[in-house]
Design a protein around this ligand. Structure first.
Ligand SMILES: [Zn+2]
Ligand SMILES: [Zn+2]
Length: 311
C-alpha cells in the first residue's frame, strides 16, 4: 500500500471516492467526520434526545454504538445499547458476552431482552416448533418479526426518541435493489437514513448513522479502533436469500466501475424524494391483541405467537 496522500505516512486504505490513500489517523478522522455530518445534515439526532442503538455484535452495530457514544457529549444527547438474546445454543451466549464486554469498555449502558423471557421460548425451541409444522414459515422471517417487535417496544419503554441501527451503504443499496427487483415502490420511499413512521405514536423513528459508509470502510474502522467484534456474527439459521447474488453483483460493479455504489444511492434518494411527493405516508393502525403498531388488524408478532404457541 502506498503512502497517505495527506501526510506521507503508511496508508491503510485507498478511497476511490476521494481518489486518495489515507493513513490510520487521517482515515479515522475522515470516517468519523462523515458519520457526524450524516447525523447533523440529515437531522438524525437533536440535542436532548435519548437514542437506543440496536446492537447485534457485528462490526456495523458496534461501530454505530461506539461513535454515537463518542459524539454524545458534544452533540448533547443520551445513548444506550439494546440487544436481543435469541437463545441459539453456542451462538447467542458467546455473542451476548462479547457485547457486554464492548459496552463496558466504552462505558455505555446496555439492555438485553431475551426471546425466552419475552415470548416464553428461545429461537432454538421456536425452530423446533416450526420444523414440526413443516417449515411453513422460515425461521428468519419469524426471528426478524420478533426482533423488530422487541426492539421497537423496548426502545420506547426505555424512553428512546430514536432507534439507531448499524445499516451501512452496502446494506441500503442491496435493499433498494431487492425492492426494485420486486417492484416494491412504497418500500423504496419509506427506507432512508431516517425512517419516520408516519402517524403511530408507539413507533420509534429509526435512524442509520452509517448510511453513507461503505461496508469495507466500516470493517477497516472497526479494526483500527479495536472494537470487540463478534466474528461469528453469522446466525446458524441464516437461509440463503436474494441478497447474496445482489451483493456479489454490486461488489463486482463497484470493482469495475468505482463510485457505482454512491451513484446508486444518489439515484435512490432522488427517486424516493420524487415518489415521496406522490406517495402519502402509510397510516399505521394498532394491533387488536397487543396494542402495538400494526398495518394489519393483528400484528405479525401476535400472528406468529398464536401460530407457534396457540392452543
Ligand atoms: Zn495521513
Ligand atoms: Zn400484536
Amino acid at each position: 500500500m502506498p503512502s497517505c496522500t495527506l501526510c506521507g505516512e503508511k496508508a491503510v486504505m485507498s478511497s476511490s471516492y476521494l481518489q486518495a490513500y489515507l493513513c490510520r489517523e487521517h482515515f479515522i478522522k475522515y470516517f468519523e467526520k462523515r458519520v457526524k455530518l450524516t447525523i447533523n445534515i440529515l437531522g438524525l439526532i437533536r440535542p436532548g434526545e435519548r437514542v437506543a442503538v440496536a446492537v447485534s455484535g457485528g462490526k456495523d452495530s458496534l461501530t454505530a454504538l461506539y461513535l454515537l457514544s463518542k459524539f454524545s457529549k458534544d452533540m448533547e444527547y443520551e445513548v444506550f445499547g439494546l440487544a436481543i438474546d435469541e437463545g441459539i445454543k453456542g451462538y447467542s451466549d458467546l455473542r451476548i458476552k462479547c457485547l457486554k464486554d464492548h459496552a463496558r469498555n466504552i462505558g455505555v449502558e446496555l439492555h438485553i431482552v431475551s426471546f425466552k423471557e419475552f415470548f416464553g421460548a428461545s429461537l432454538d425451541e421456536i425452530v423446533k416448533l416450526l420444523k414440526e409444522k413443516g417449515f411453513e414459515y422460515k425461521p428468519c422471517s419469524v426471528c426478524g418479526v420478533f426482533r423488530r417487535y422487541i426492539m421497537n417496544k423496548f426502545a420506547r419503554e426505555l424512553k428512546a426518541d430514536k432507534l439507531a441501527t448499524g445499516h451501512n451503504l452496502d446494506d441500503e443499496i442491496q435493499v433498494f435493489l431487492m425492492n426494485a427487483i420486486r417492484g416494491a415502490i412504497p418500500n423504496i420511499v419509506r427506507e432512508g437514513a431516517i425512517t419516520e413512521y408516519s402517524t403511530h405514536k408507539k413507533m420509534v423513528p429509526r435512524i442509520k448513522p452509517l448510511y453513507f459508509i461503505p461496508e469495507k470502510e466500516s470493517l477497516i474502522y472497526s479494526k483500527l479502533v479495536g472494537l470487540n467484534v463478534f466474528l461469528e456474527a453469522k446466525c446458524p439459521y441464516v437461509i440463503h436469500s436474494m441478497r447474496h447474488p445482489v451483493r456479489r453483483w454490486l461488489n463486482k460493479m463497484e470493482w469495475e466501475r468505482p463510485l457505482t455504489k454512491y451513484r446508486i444511492i444518489a439515484t435512490k434518494e432522488v427517486i424516493a424524494s420524487m415518489l415521496g411527493k406522490v406517495e402519502t405516508k402509510r397510516s399505521i393502525g394498532t394491533c387488536e391483541v397487543c396494542g402495538e403498531p400494526s398495518s394489519t388488524a393483528i400484528c405479525k408478532a401476535c400472528f406468529y405467537k398464536n401460530y407457534l404457541f396457540g392452543k
